[in-house]
Design a protein around this ligand. Structure first.
Ligand SMILES: [Zn+2]
Ligand SMILES: [Zn+2]
Length: 174
């Protein structure tokens, strides 16, 4: 497999906060789970916040290995939000301009960067996951695979990337 070590930046709207990611994402996917939607809509109520939830209720992410992600500026603006205090999932907002930056499943080895933060050419979407939780009445096209929960392909990509990391679980700190 050809190694892609290209770097790119996930930046907030005002550009004061940026996260550098290296290489191709593990996978890029749209998540239709209710938690992503609830959190996204809550963020969208803040002043000047960008939309993160699509018209069809999906939230687009590119997943990167945590060891290939670095907060390079604006760390002082980052603020984590959890839907419940004991949730293992934190969504992190750049408070300089209320831009959601990434989702961190804290025990996991990957970081889910909101795809809209990345350059448009960064990565085409590969699949839709958790489509069983999409809003009622939403019909999804079949241009990319749709999965009712997390697909085997999604899980295998995560597992392979973890093996490549030597099964380490780095923490994202800033
Ligand atoms: Zn900003
Ligand atoms: Zn989700």
């Amino acid at each position: 497999m050809k190694k892609n070590r290209q770097r790119c930046l996930a930046s907030c709207q005002c550009d004061q906060t940026a996260v550098e990611v290296t290489g191709a994402p593990i996978v890029s996917a749209v998540c239709y789970c209710e938690n992503c939607r609830a959190a996204g809509h809550a963020f969208e109520r803040s002043d000047g916040a960008p939309r993160t939830v699509g018209a069809d209720g999906g939230t687009e992410y590119c997943l990167y290995r945590k060891d290939l992600v670095t907060v390079i500026r604006g760390s002082e603006y980052l603020q984590e939000h959890r839907l419940t205090p004991d949730s293992a999932v934190r969504r992190v907002l750049a408070t300089c301009c209320n831009t959601p930056m990434f989702l961190d499943f804290t025990p996991g080895h990957w970081l889910s960067v909101y795809r809209s933060r990345l350059p448009a050419a960064a990565q085409p979407l590969q699949m839709r996951v958790n489509t069983s939780e999409r809003p009622e009445g939403v019909r999804l096209p079949d241009d990319i695979p749709n999965f009712p929960d997390y697909s085997p392909g999604f899980m295998i990509r995560l597992l392979l990337s973890w093996a490549a990391m030597g099964f380490r679980r780095p923490k994202v700190v800033w």
